[in-house]
Design a protein around this ligand. Structure first.
Ligand SMILES: Nc1ncnc2c1ncn2[C@@H]1O[C@H](COP(=O)(O)OP(=O)(O)OP(=O)(O)O)[C@@H](O)[C@H]1O
Ligand SMILES: C[C@H](N)[C@H](N)CCCCCC(=O)O
Ligand SMILES: [Mg+2]
Length: 208
């Protein structure tokens, strides 16, 4: 089973959560569309310490830090859903989206269409700012409307019990992890959270 990491917005902590998942599962990593630098793939390489994870090349590496559809226009390329082929590997892959799930890739295609094509289980990263209940529930509705399988939520940031409780109660989705606001993000921090989340995947690890 591959996992597609999406977020309730850009900068929600998808790359950090992906690093934790790669470390926990010793899974490969793939960022199909990167718009702007630094590349999330490089961040992942700097945060993981296991020797198994392979970081696969981006399908589209766009120069401008903007919505992929706009960034592609600047580079004079058109993003084509047909071109996204899951990298060949025996390992599981953690796939990271770009921005939130309704971010456009071209005039007619959204990130969520890529999720559907890649047939992976979705992991939703929800940071806990004021306004995030609404953004999280809207994201879950958009995923459910398309009948995508959601494994659960990774909360990120300062604890907000009322928000977390309402989101999990209303969506009936499990919490996979809560990443606290950290002073710095280091490989040790990633390892710490990887140890916490790994047991939730033991069953699927053994099934592999
Ligand atoms: N819990 C946290 N504690 C401290 N810093 C954090 C935390 N979560 C994320 N950050 C920082 O916030 C920034 C945005 O996080 P991240 O790059 O993971 O977001 P993203 O969802 O992957 O964004 P994008 O849409 O660009 O891929 C990064 O600099 C990251 O190190
Ligand atoms: C450049 C940024 N860090 C992300 N990779 C792309 C974010 C796209 C957001 C588009 C939007 O929702 O308005
Ligand atoms: Mg990222």
């Amino acid at each position: 089973m591959n996992y597609f990491v999406t977020g309730i917005d850009t900068d929600s902590g998808k790359t950090l959560a992906s690093a934790i998942l790669c470390e926990a599962l010793k899974a490969d990593y793939w960022k199909p569309i990167q718009s702007g630098y630094p590349r999330d793939s490089e961040t992942i390489e700097s945060l993981i310490t296991n020797r198994v994870t392979v970081v696969h090349p981006e399908t589209y590496l766009l120069k401008t830090p903007a919505s992929p559809h706009a960034s592609a226009k600047i580079d004079e390329v058109e993003i084509n859903l047909e071109r996204f082929i899951i990298p060949k590997t025996e390992n599981r892959i953690v796939i990271e989206g770009a921005g939130g799930c309704l971010v456009p890739l071209n005039d007619n295609t959204l990130i969520v269409d890529l999720m559907a094509k890649l047939n992976s289980e979705i992991i939703l990263v929800a940071d806990l700012y004021l306004g995030s209940i609404n953004h999280t529930l809207l994201t879950i509705e958009a995923l459910m409307k398309r009948k995508l399988r959601i494994k659960g939520i990774i909360f990120n940031g300062e604890e907000n019990i009322e928000s977390q409780n309402f989101i999990t109660h209303y969506s009936k989705l499990p919490t996979l992890l809560h990443i606290r606001k950290e002073k710095t993000i280091t490989p040790e921090i990633v390892k710490h959270y990887a140890e916490r989340i790994a047991p939730l995947f033991y069953e699927s690890t053994n099934a592999r």
